[in-house]
Design a protein around this ligand. Structure first.
Ligand code: PLP
Length: 381
């Protein structure tokens, strides 16, 4: 029989799989499942981006590209980052098939056996898996006692990190909480990163989806430019999850090292998809604003409906998720909710924070109303 590597056998299969499997099973039996477990916008990719992708295909942009990505896209990304206050020329940018691949390459470039990586919990599920696959050890800081805000938990972060900490991953706006960290929180991160010489990944994939707040990019803070790697992508803001397009920007030596993994594995992101990415960055502000407005209205709706049922949530300032406080055994709660109410959510323990379920409000208002009504009717609220 085959023998598998430690780096994979030490990684758990995603806890969301059990929920998806249950949902599929129920749907196959004819049940109408309200799926609030999805991590993607429910809008089609804006028409101008689809057209740009098709035009690029028609124009013959179907071959390999430069491994780091076509120069026009990297220049457009460089300009986007400049709008965010970050200074990265095209030579400091690698275009990847999704932000997930960007994060994977960075972790592989920086982390090896025994290196310590700090996460802010609840944290997106793949950070843990990526660190473990690289051989790293995790130190985790729980933000659930501070409404998922980092500023009140800076003392805990200070206690968790040390000179042994190699890397800290910050994701604001956050998946799964929707929290946007304050400038004071980011300054606290900066002070600790400088003190302990920690490299920081700033995963800004939800930066464009916020409600009345402007998230600061960590790399703009004094002292952070040469220790921050900024990750972003097209999946969420432009509703392009299946196109697989993302990028990272950072110091040139990091780009050089990670670039080896990139060129020896994926080679490059898809050629015509990169062309569509230019259109997304340059001509899609209006569609992004419309989608964000829709998410904001849904957020209001869900928060109000939950309040009517006596449930208070930490109101998210960005992304399209919120954490619903549930039983201590959140896995059992989520399984029950899908079996009894036919409403799919993701257990908080998947993100390192038991006692919650993640609701995605990237669903129509009608489905959101239906889902919450069912949860209430079946005694889950
Ligand atoms: N980072 C976070 C926090 C996410 O939620 C996701 C997607 O769910 C990603 C990165 C990766 O997105 P993609 O690979 O589609 O660009």
């Amino acid at each position: 029989s085959m023998e598998f590597t430690d780096r994979l056998t030490r990684v758990e299969p995603s806890a969301t799989l059990a929920i998806s499997a249950l949902a599929t099973e129920l749907e196959n039996d004819g049940a109408d499942v309200v799926d609030l477990s999805v991590g993607e916008p429910d809008f089609p990719t804006p028409r101008n981006i689809v057209d740009a992708g098709q035009d690029a295909m028609d124009a013959g942009h179907t071959g390999y590209t430069t491994s780091a990505g076509i120069i026009d896209l990297r220049e457009a990304i460089s300009e986007k980052l400049a709008d965010d206050g970050l200074d990265h020329g095209p030579e400091e940018i690698i275009v990847t098939p999704g932000a997930k691949q960007a994060l994977y390459e960075i972790v592989q470039a920086l982390i090896q056996d025994g290196d310590e990586v700090a996460l802010l919990d609840p944290a997106w599920v793949s950070y843990e898996a990526m660190v473990k696959m690289a051989g790293g050890d995790l130190t985790r800081v729980d933000l659930s006692d501070s409404d998922f805000q980092l500023e009140p938990a800076l003392d805990d972060l200070e206690a968790a990190v040390s000179d042994d900490t190699e890397l800290l991953i910050v994701n604001s706006p956050s998946n799964p909480t929707g929290a946007v960290y304050s400038d004071a929180a980011l300054e606290g991160v900066r002070d600790l990163a400088v003190e302990h010489d920690i490299t920081v990944i700033s995963d800004e994939i939800y930066k464009e989806i916020t409600y009345g707040v402007e998230p600061t990019s960590l790399g703009t803070l004094e002292g952070m430019a040469d220790r921050t790697i900024t990750v972003n992508g097209f999946s969420k803001a432009y509703s392009m999850t299946g196109w697989r397009l993302g990028y990272f920007a950072g110091p040139e030596d990091l780009i050089e090292q990670a670039g080896k993994l990139h060129s020896h594995s994926v080679s490059s992101a898809v050629n015509f998809v990169q062309h569509a990415g230019i259109e997304a960055l340059e001509n899609t502000d209006e569609a992004v604003a419309e989608m964000t407005e829709a998410f904001e209205e849904r957020r209001e709706l869900v928060v109000d409906l939950l309040e009517e049922h006596g449930v208070d949530v930490a109101v998210p300032d960005g992304a399209f998720y919120m954490m619903l406080p549930v039983d201590d055994d959140d896995q059992a709660w989520c399984e029950g909710a899908i079996e009894d109410a036919h409403v799919a959510t993701v257990p908080g323990s998947a993100f390192g924070t038991p006692g919650y379920a993640r609701i995605s409000y990237a669903a129509s208002e009608e489905r959101l109303e239906e889902g919450i009504e069912r949860l209430a009717d079946e005694g889950y609220l």
